[in-house]
Structure formats: C-alpha cells, structure tokens
Ligand binder design. Structure first.
Ligand SMILES: Cc1cc2nc3c(=O)[nH]c(=O)nc-3n(C[C@H](O)[C@H](O)[C@H](O)COP(=O)(O)OP(=O)(O)OC[C@H]3O[C@@H](n4cnc5c(N)ncnc54)[C@H](O)[C@@H]3O)c2cc1C
Length: 423
C-alpha cells in the first residue's frame, strides 16, 4: 500500500506533523473537528474583531516554532512576531529587565538592577538562579513551592511563582520543580535571546496553522475541517478512520488530539489502551482571558505588564501588538478558583497604575482544560505507540517543555520523523 497518512487534530502539533510529512513527499489528510485550525491556539471572532481563544506569548527559546513560522513566511519574523528583551514590569512596586548582554550575565544584570528588591534579595535571587542553571539535581517528586522554600518571600511572590504559573500553568504547590528548572535553563542557560519574550502580532490561526494548510494543499494534501474522527480500527497492515459521514483507510495515523480527547480514540485499539489509560489520569488547569475594549486612543506605556496579587497575572495591549487600538487582554493562568467577577478584579489591578476610562465592551474566554497540570512524575508518553502504524503528537508527549506551542511543534516533527523512519 502506498503510504498515505491521516493526521487527526489540526492544532499546532498536528499541523506541524502534517507539514513535515507532506514536505517529505507523503500523501497526507488532516482531520480537524472544528471549523478553525489551531486547537488551543486559534483565532476567534468577537465583536467584529479577530482575537484569539487565549492571549499567547512565546519565548525566544522556542526555536522549533519560530523557525517553522519563519520558514513558511519569511516576512513573519519581521511583521508577525515582536521580540522584546525579557521584562517583568509590575508597577508600581517591581520591575526587572534583562539587558542585551551575553547569557547568563543578562539575568545577573537584570536581577541586580531590579527595582523593588533590596540587596539581600537581589543576591539571594542571583545565587539561587546560578545554582538552578548549574547541575542542580532535583528529586523528581519536588514541587516548585518546595524548590523555592528557602528564597525570601518577596522573591517567591514577585518572581519565581509568577514565572512558574505563566510557564507551567500550574500552581507552585503542584508544579514540577524539574520542569520549572528545565524552562529556566532553556530561557537563561543558552543564548541571551532565548529569554526574549516573543509576542504574536497577528491571530494565532494566521500565524502558523493557516499557512501550513495552504502549503499542504499546494503539496497535494487534503485538509478536512469540521470533520471529527469518531472511530479508529487498526489492522496489521492499515488503519481505518470513521467520521460521521464516511470511513477511509490509511497506511498510518498520527493522533494529534489534546490529551483530554485521546482516551476516546485510544481505547478503541487494544495496543493503545495502556497509553489511553495513562493519559486519562491527567488533571487540567484553566486559563481565562478577558478582552476589554477601551477608547481606541488609549495605550499602555508598554505592550505588556505583570499584575500583582491576582486574579490576572498579565495585561497585554493588543493595540500595540495587533493594531487593535484600545483592546487590552487580561490573562489569568492556573485559574481554578476564579470568581464570576474576576474581570472587574483584573481591571482594579490595572487601575493601581493606569486609568484607561470606561470600557466599551468586554468578553471573556475561559478555557477550562487549557493545559494538563504539569505535576511531578507526570507520565508523558513517547510519540511511538505499541501499534506500529499509529503515532502520537501533542504538547503532552515526552519532551523538555511543559504544555506550550513549542512542545506541540517539537512533538509534531518528532512524530512525523518516527513515522518516516518506518516507511
Ligand atoms: C488560553 C490558553 C493560553 C495559552 N497560553 C500559552 C502561551 O502563552 N504560550 C504557549 O507556548 N502555550 C500556551 N498555551 C498552550 C498551547 O496553546 C498548547 O500547548 C498547544 O496549542 C497545544 O497544541 P496541540 O496541537 O498539542 O493540541 P491542541 O491545540 O489541543 O490540538 C488538538 C486538535 O485536535 C482536534 N481534535 C480533537 N479531537 C478530534 C477528533 N476526534 N477528530 C478530529 N480533530 C480532533 C481539536 O479540535 C484540536 O484542534 C495556552 C493554551 C491556552 C488554552
């Protein structure tokens, strides 16, 4: 049978896997249940504007993702992504900026120059970060709260815990210290530009999934939107997929669905039951985004600010990043205990340092299962399964990053690579 591969799931992992295979000359069909590609990082239409299901931010260390975006549309690096030196600006009390110096000197300079910390705290932070970037062996059951317990309270509250929540979307008392260390190392242990904050300047579907789909079609592939795969049947020499309308036979399949959707498909194939059961034990953390439209003439002094004392951790000015004048996006990560009036509370957090005037409209999107909880000893499966014709891709497969765009695109490339090796 001539290789023909079905990719189930058009998030960033599935799109990356499909592109990698199509560029290697393999016939691919990409199935996506929704009408829009992008999965948990996709465009949504609200109030006549193209917004996102949740405000996203990338790190300079996300090389796989950034290269992919640039490869598909070389102009994207200039027009669609905005690189800023790492800045945690939380007015009125705290501010840290890593200057353009070689790593990890930039972190050291940032910590020593931080506003709102005394010299004891600055030195404690610098020593601790240095140890973390070194060979610190971290027991795999340790949480971030335990890892940071000897740091001054102010450092935990202003720096380490907000970094943990925004990078792992998991509260520090649940979050894996090892994964946290790996993210800090990726950001600060390599090149200085790895710690840059990279802001999308266009909607998330337009950033990668839509250009991927265009390229797939150019290469003779097929993209089936609003087409949920409901059945999966595996024989030794082929895999049959069923949708509401039809069934089709493929030589191989990549399951690129979110972990919460994997068990329903995996439990239909005996060889996939162990991975289906393991992933069914995952717990999830929400992320909430509140978009607020102010007077279009209003702009924040910077494109983003950290916010103190919850519920939101960040506010982004979409006027500056996306040209959506006066639209601010408030983000609350690890938002399990949000009250219904959290957007009012988030606006009150902003009012501590700036007053944008009355809101014209306000919309909230709560992604209840935004990411799996990145807890110690989480069993993350490899991209291979026990069935030689079925592979996995997604932000939950084994890799160095927590649930991020980078873990999704890395797994897409890995999964396609593992499949290609079998052809
Ligand atoms: C609100 C929010 C904010 C976030 N912020 C950031 C951030 O700032 N930085 C960052 O790096 N990451 C962030 N993330 C995480 C990031 O979005 C995810 O890690 C990444 O998008 C996961 O991609 P994926 O392809 O693995 O999975 P998904 O995006 O979940 O893709 C799976 C796809 O499969 C489809 N599907 C499911 N079942 C079927 C089926 N049976 N048939 C066909 N299709 C199916 C789904 O519709 C979906 O499109 C955020 C996530 C959310 C929700």
């Amino acid at each position: 049978m001539r290789p023909s591969v079905a990719i189930v799931g058009g998030g960033w992992a599935g799109c990356t896997a499909a592109l990698t295979l199509a560029e290697a000359g393999v016939a691919v069909t990409l199935f996506e249940a929704s009408r829009t590609l992008g999965g948990r990082a996709r465009a949504v239409e609200l109030e006549g504007q193209t917004l996102d299901n949740g405000q996203h931010i990338l790190l300079g260390a996300y090389e796989q993702t950034l290269q992919l975006i640039a490869r598909l549309r070389p102009a994207a690096l200039q027009h669609d992504l905005w690189r800023l030196p790492l800045t945690l600006d939380q007015p009125p009390d705290f501010s840290l900026t890593c200057p353009r110096l070689p790593a990890p000197l930039h972190l050291l300079a940032g910590l020593l120059g931080a506003r709102g910390l005394n010299w004891g705290e600055k030195l404690a932070a610098a020593r601790w970060a240095h140890a973390l970037l070194g060979n610190a062996d971290i027991p795999d059951q340790l949480t971030v709260s335990q890892l940071t317990c000897n740091q001054p309270v102010k450092l935990r509250n202003l720096l380490w815990h907000p970094l943990c929540v925004s990078a792992l979307n998991t509260p520090p008392d649940m979050a894996s210290a090892r994964v946290f260390r790996d993210v800090i190392r990726a950001a600060f242990g390599g090149r200085a530009r790895h710690s840059d904050l990279v802001l999308p300047r266009r909607d998330l579907t337009g950033l990668l999934p839509a250009p991927v789909a265009a390229r797939l079609i150019e290469l003779g592939g097929e993209v089936r939107l609003a087409c949920r795969v409901t059945t999966l049947e595996a024989a030794p020499d082929a895999v049959t997929l069923g949708t509401r309308d039809d069934t089709s036979i493929y030589s191989h399949v990549i399951l690129a669905v979110a972990p919460q959707h994997l068990p329903a498909l995996a439990m239909q194939v005996a060889a996939l039951e162990p991975v289906g059961r393991a992933v069914a034990r995952y717990r999830y953390q929400p992320i909430a985004t509140a978009y607020v439209q102010y007077d279009p003439a209003f702009r924040l002094p910077r494109p983003l600010f950290a916010l103190a004392d919850g519920p939101a951790q960040f506010v982004f000015d979409r006027g500056q990043s996306h040209g959506q004048a006066g639209v601010l996006a408030f983000v609350a990560s690890a938002a399990a205990d949000l009250s219904a009036n959290w957007p009012d509370q988030a606006v009150a957090q902003l009012h501590r340092f700036v007053h944008p005037g009355p809101a014209r409209w306000r919309k909230c999107i709560v992604e209840k299962q935004a990411t799996y909880a990145c807890v110690p000893r989480l069993a993350r499966p490899p991209v291979h399964t026990l069935h030689p014709r079925i592979f996995l891709a997604g932000d939950y497969t084994a890799g160095p990053y927590p649930a991020t765009l980078e873990s999704a695109t890395q797994s897409g490339v890995q999964s396609a690579g593992a499949l290609l090796e079998q052809l």
